[in-house]
Design a protein around this ligand. Structure first.
Ligand code: SAM
Length: 211
């Protein structure tokens, strides 16, 4: 997906992926990461997800990466926080208290900029990217977080029936990206009620990727 695709989506308010409730799988399965109370979580391709506010309320530090500055302006407004904005090479750092958001292309974000990460929460990030980008994304994610454990949400359906995003990511693909760095555990698989757009049968999966 080109950057222009996402900028246009945010500009036109076509953000059907944005959930108005905290993600139920995050609440249910976050304890499987066995984090301490002050842990620092990374949300790649974070948008303006409500999950950020919930994680901050639990006492965690949150780090995000997002292409759209509009999304992050909306996020800080939603949180009623004023960001300090720092210009870095190729990326802009919005921060306030326990919240750090890097605005720009995640592929420009370095391990030094992101700092220590205790765990990754990937909701609608891996599945937002077309297949050729997913190989680079998964390896980059491991590299900049030193292989921090992950809670990973994926969706599986017949890709020939619909184009992404979200893209179908099968269990075999999750293994291909991550089995070299993690132990993989499928925590749950549930049918998408009513199917994806157009009623296409689909399943959501939640993975725990641990060391
Ligand atoms: C499907 S949305 C998911 C947003 C969020 N994770 C959520 O659950 O609401 C994907 C997001 O990734 C952002 N994005 C796409 N490509 C990106 C990239 N290369 N670097 C950083 N963000 C990117 C888009 O702007 C979009 O907000």
């Amino acid at each position: 997906m080109e950057a222009s695709f996402w900028h246009k989506k945010w500009h036109n308010g076509e953000t059907g992926f944005h959930q108005h409730e905290v993600n139920a799988s995050l609440i249910k399965y976050l304890p499987t990461l066995d984090l301490n109370k002050q842990a620092r979580l990374f949300l790649p391709l974070c948008g303006k997800t409500q999950d950020i506010e919930w994680l901050l309320q639990q006492g965690f530090s949150v780090v995000g990466a997002e292409l759209s500055e509009l999304a992050i302006e909306q996020l800080f407004a939603q949180l009623k926080l004023t960001p300090e904005i720092i210009e870095l090479d190729n990326i802009r750092h919005y921060r306030n208290g326990n919240l750090d958001i890097f605005v720009g292309d995640i592929f420009h974000l370095s391990a030094a900029q992101i700092g220590h990460i205790d765990a990754i929460y990937d909701r609608a990030a891996l599945v937002a990217l077309p297949e050729p980008m997913r190989d680079n994304y998964s390896q980059h994610l491991i590299a900049i977080t030193q292989g921090a454990p992950q809670l990973l949400l994926t969706v599986e359906y017949d890709q020939s029936l619909k184009s992404g995003p979200p893209f179908a990511v099968a269990a075999t693909e999750v293994s291909r990206h991550y089995q070299g760095s993690y132990q993989l555990r499928l925590l749950t698989q549930t049918e998408v009620a009513g199917g994806l757009k157009g009623g296409i049968s689909a399943h959501n999966q939640v993975w725990l990727l641990s060391r």
